[in-house]
Design a protein around this ligand. Structure first.
Ligand code: NAP
Length: 251
């Protein structure tokens, strides 16, 4: 496939953590970046400014990935930046540690709406634009799974783990569905990464507290996840599709 000169990567949840690191690295590798956030506009604009300072191009859009109209607006903004050729389904949420018997429907719906429905809606918009079947020029989708999909999250967040299990299956199915249409679909499954997500689950010190359970004896960094994500976006991964890459420090 010929190189796309004005290629845009949509990065959901690009205001902080892994999404921020992905946005920054993708911009350094020549992608124009359209990132989304839900609450922290200042943090999102700071990422856009940092990319611009480094000579790149980016925009930030307030868009809840679980809301269909927001997702459509996000991709419309991406269209204005260039040709959408990459999607990183990074936006994701956890909740406080709980057993399944204590989980209410509201929590469960949010877990699935943001983590699963959100990723599917964004992928839908990406495929509509990228598929050669629709006149597109191809592209790559990278989903953020989790080691939790393999471990199950017992006693803490089985709901989150199940959502990430759905992401793994979705990655494989969509990869096969669009393999002939110029689109690759892969996932990265991080282990424990030192970001603010643990604070949102009520355990700000969780990443280092669990270090002894990690073969490498430390949590990973957002940059250590961004590197394989951006590799999977790139043409260097041209024959890789349907893969779930474990990036876990051996866990
Ligand atoms: P994080 O630091 O909590 O950042 C989450 C990002 O997602 C923020 O930019 C946030 O925006 C955005 N976001 C949250 N809800 C959203 C929604 N409904 N619509 C759009 N954006 C939304 O998370 P992280 O640790 O970087 O995790 C990123 C991804 O990696 C997630 O899918 C997570 O499940 C996965 N992961 C993380 C770990 C880990 O240990 N950190 C391990 C395995 C997998 P605002 O700033 O505006 O709130």
């Amino acid at each position: 496939m010929p190189e796309i000169a004005d290629k845009v990567a949509v990065v959901t949840g690009g205001s902080r953590g892994i999404g921020r690191a992905v946005a920054m690295l993708a911009a350094r590798r020549g992608w124009r970046v359209c990132l989304s956030y839900v609450s922290d506009a200042a943090a999102a604009e700071a990422v856009v400014a940092a990319i611009a300072d480094a000579g790149g191009q980016a925009c930030a859009v307030r868009a809840d990935v679980g809301a269909e109209a927001d997702v459509e607006a996000l991709f419309a903004a991406a269209d204005r930046l260039g040709t959408v050729a990459g999607l990183v389904n990074n936006a994701g949420v956890v909740d406080v540690a709980a057993r399944v018997e204590a989980m209410g429907a509201e929590r469960l719906h949010r877990m699935m709406r943001v983590n699963v429905v959100g990723s599917l809606l964004c992928a839908r918009e990406a495929v509509r634009r990228m598929s050669t079947r629709n006149g597109g020029r191809g592209g790559a989708i990278v989903n953020l799974s989790s080691v939790a999909a393999r471990l199950g999250g017992a006693g803490q967040y089985v709901d989150y783990a199940a959502a990430k299990g759905a992401i793994d299956t979705f990655t494989l199915g969509l990869a096969r569905e669009v393999a002939e249409e110029g689109i690759r679909v892969n996932a990265v499954a991080p282990g424990i990464i030192d970001t603010e997500i643990h604070a949102s689950g009520g355990q700000p010190d969780r990443a280092w507290a669990l270090a002894s359970q990690i073969p490498m004896k430390r949590p990973g960094t957002a940059d250590e996840i961004a590197a394989p994500v951006v590799w999977l976006l790139s043409d260097e991964a041209a024959y890789t599709t349907g893969a779930v890459l474990q990036v876990t420090g051996g866990r």
